[in-house]
Design a binder for this molecule. Structure first.
Ligand SMILES: NC(=O)C1=CN([C@@H]2O[C@H](COP(=O)(O)OP(=O)(O)OC[C@H]3O[C@@H](n4cnc5c(N)ncnc54)[C@H](O)[C@@H]3O)[C@@H](O)[C@H]2O)[C@H](O)CC1
Ligand code: K
Length: 479
């Protein structure tokens, strides 16, 4: 399990580490690791031109000490000071002692700062780190834009990205690599911040961060392998759980087929379809148990997935919401579901909105959800007293209990019509197989992302290909 910690936690751990001393050890460790990563990226350090963008805090200090190390190895290092009178004094002295150059970044008259950035092979973003507020300021943004062909390495996090939420208000540095110290910050794992961070390298500088204080967590292979349902010895299909699917309509039979496709690969012993697209489903999946009547008369299930392509069939949705089993609500089901009815359910509920559906449920515009995904998923989970899987460039899973889960396998290919139907079937099946709602959502998103990579393999992917690639994703995880 990969964890991320908020700024307050990191600061507390830094204070404790600094109290243990010796003075400046943390910054030296950070700078040594930062310099090593820069050297790796440069390949040849001697004679390479490196430019440091230096802010007014310790983030700039890291950049200066790392620059001094590179200068001692023969790199031509220039520090462009964005706050000349407040740059880290120790770092400045170290850079000067190593033969580095210092340029006033605020003075726009002679263009020396722009030239230093434009002529660099590698630019180190030491403008702000976890002390940053808001986006890049105008002068900084102008200088960052001059780094046209250089490799950009962000110190601790890309300046302009909110460390706790990944929000970018205005402009931010687009880094090729971010070298982050002590712990991942949520803003490095959640979009839009994740997209600005590039490849993230975590450096251990000896911070003690208690796992129970983590803000975010991401499943790794081993976690998913542990959570995947395995057929018991004498497994009969009912022991592995039956998942019910209520999806599709005369107008949208395809959503039912895709949702059942996902459900068939989710580990439940059988899939029961109850809806108006029974003919389309049975034609595609002879193993599905189909009925056209109300879900409550369709036979026992251990979980329902309801909503894709449902249209305005409120009766079927209400019938499912009354069931005393875990229910996944997606797509039209989210549009039709009443907040009070969902809150009143005793059995677990898993909502799987994309950003647009989340925005409608929250009564805000979509851009607000896209820019503040963590806040949106937490707000929805609290409002509906449910587990919420917020689909998108970074899929998040939140509930009232633990830290928010971020899915590490997401890929842009998933923005394909119908792939959400596959995901809800997959997650519903994992619910029926006995996984808790937050695990069913996280494992489904993880497998779904892996399956999309398999199916896409660099080409555009159709939702059915994703469903058919889920077994390959299971095999990846099972090893
Ligand atoms: N503390 C330690 O032992 C270690 C710290 N590390 C590095 O230090 C930064 C955090 O340093 P801090 O001085 O607290 O804050 P920052 O350098 O991130 O910036 C604060 C500084 O920047 C100004 N500021 C705020 N917002 C902006 C903005 N949008 N544009 C420009 N300037 C801004 C603010 O006024 C302050 O003056 C941490 O990220 C690490 O990089 C070491 O790595 C580990 C040890
Ligand atoms: K930075």
């Amino acid at each position: 399990m990969r964890s991320a910690f908020g700024v307050a936690e990191v600061r507390a751990a830094e204070r404790a580490a600094m109290a243990r001393g010796p003075e400046g050890a943390l910054m030296r460790r950070a700078a040594a690791a930062l310099a090593a990563e820069c050297a790796r990226l440069l390949g040849r350090v001697y004679g390479s031109r490196v430019t440091l963008l230096v802010g007014s805090g310790d983030n700039g200090g890291d950049a200066l000490y790392a620059g001094a190390r590179l200068a001692r190895r023969g790199a031509g290092v220039t520090a462009v000071l964005l706050a000349p009178d407040r740059a880290h004094p120790g770092g400045l002295a170290a850079l000067r002692a190593a033969g580095g150059r210092v340029v006033d970044g605020v003075d726009e008259r002679d263009g020396r700062a722009e030239d230093a950035v434009a002529g660099a092979r590698l630019v180190v973003d030491g403008i702000v780190g976890i002390g940053g507020r808001g986006g890049l300021r105008e002068r900084a943004a102008h200088l960052v834009a001059a780094a046209r062909t250089a490799t950009v390495v962000a110190v601790d996090l890309p300046s302009g990205v909110d460390a706790d939420t990944g929000e970018v208000r205005g402009e931010a540095v687009r880094a090729d690599v971010t070298v982050t110290f002590g712990a991942y910050k949520p803003g490095l794992l959640v979009d839009p911040g994740r997209a600005y961070a590039g490849a993230v390298r975590l450096v251990d500088i000896g911070l003690d961060l208690p796992p129970e204080r983590r803000a975010l967590e991401a499943l790794q292979y081993a976690d998913v392998a542990r959570l995947l349902p395995v057929p018991a010895g004498e497994s009969d299909k009912y022991r592995r759980g039956v998942v019910g699917v209520v999806a599709g309509s005369a107008r949208y039979p395809g959503a039912a087929v895709l949702c059942v496709a996902g459900a068939l690969h989710g580990g439940a012993g059988a899939v029961r379809y109850a809806g108006p697209a029974a003919d389309a489903v049975i034609a595609r999946f002879p193993e599905a148990l189909v009925s056209a009547g109300p879900p409550s008369k369709a036979g026992r299930v251990q979980a329902w997935a309801v909503g894709p392509g449902l249209g305005d069939d409120e009766d079927r949705l209400l019938d499912v919401l009354d069931a005393d089993v875990p229910v996944l609500i997606d797509a039209d089901g989210l549009r039709l579901a009443d907040e009070r009815r969902v809150r009143a359910r005793r059995a677990p509920t898993l909502l799987t909105p994309h950003a647009g559906e989340a925005a409608a449920l929250l009564g805000v515009d979509r851009a607000r959800v896209e820019s503040a995904r963590l806040a949106a998923v937490r707000e929805l989970a609290a409002r509906y007293d449910a587990t919420v899987l917020l689909k998108g460039s970074t899929t998040l899973v939140a509930d009232a209990e633990g830290p928010v889960r971020v899915n590490p396998t997401g890929t842009a290919w998933l923005a394909t019509a119908g792939s959400g139907d596959v995901l809800s079937g997959l997650a519903g099946s994992l619910l029926a197989a006995g996984l808790a709602a937050r695990d069913a959502g996280s494992v489904a998103a993880y497998l779904h992302g892996l399956a999309a990579r398999h199916a896409a393999d660099g080409a555009p992917v159709a939702a059915q290909d994703v469903a058919e690639a889920v077994p390959a994703a299971w095999r990846d995880v099972r090893g």
